[in-house]
Design a protein around this ligand. Sequence first.
Ligand SMILES: *Cc1c(COP(=O)(O)O)cnc(C)c1O
Length: 230
Amino acid sequence: MTELAERLTALDARIADAARAVGRDPGELTRIVVTKFHPAALVAELDLLGVRDVGESRQQELSAKRAELAETPLGGVRWHFIGQLQTKKARAVRAASDCVHSVDRDRIADALHAAAPDGDPLDVFLQVNLTDDPGRGGVAPDDVEVLAAHTAARCPSLRVRGVMAVAPLAEAPASAFERLASAAAAVRRVVPDATWISAGMSGDFTEAIAAGATHLRIGTAITGPRPDRG
Ligand SMILES: *Cc1c(COP(=O)(O)O)cnc(C)c1O
């Protein structure tokens, strides 16, 4: 077994243990392998190991990898965009993604919708900012319900699936993820079937699973350290 395969297997076992420890079925969790800053070849390698969900955080890198792998038959990888999103990049992100985790304002939702109003529906998460720093990505928890209502009403080519967040550095992840669960409930008041919660990274997926996460975004614990951004 390669080192990558070993880390993947070990991580999946830890995820399954964490789920069972809180009475959840590991089968209801989607594990996304975050491949940012790694070469496109890593995605092909993960595909051969059966990975079906990968995450990228920069539009140019995502588009370049998809172009590079255009001739490589992948077994059905879903590409998740997890990075901060600018309106001017929305068209390229929509073209290259199966799912976008970082819709955090009306204008981003509008731009993603306008990029392909009659296209295949795009699954989106509404990103919630769990810090006090408005410069971090995400809508304030108090405003997520209004963003959900806007997206559901005005952007019919987007499917609001749930909420996403990154735990703040300066707080225990468990309490932060509790606020995310409240934000998720607020979104479900508007879109009752928006049951997904994207939370949990290499260092905090156990807490995220305990707080109800359905989609885990795991990078270094599977891929090893990231190469420099360059
Ligand atoms: C990089 C990144 C991850 C993965 O982080 P690791 O600590 O490497 O698991 C998850 N979510 C987002 C939004 C990221 O940018």
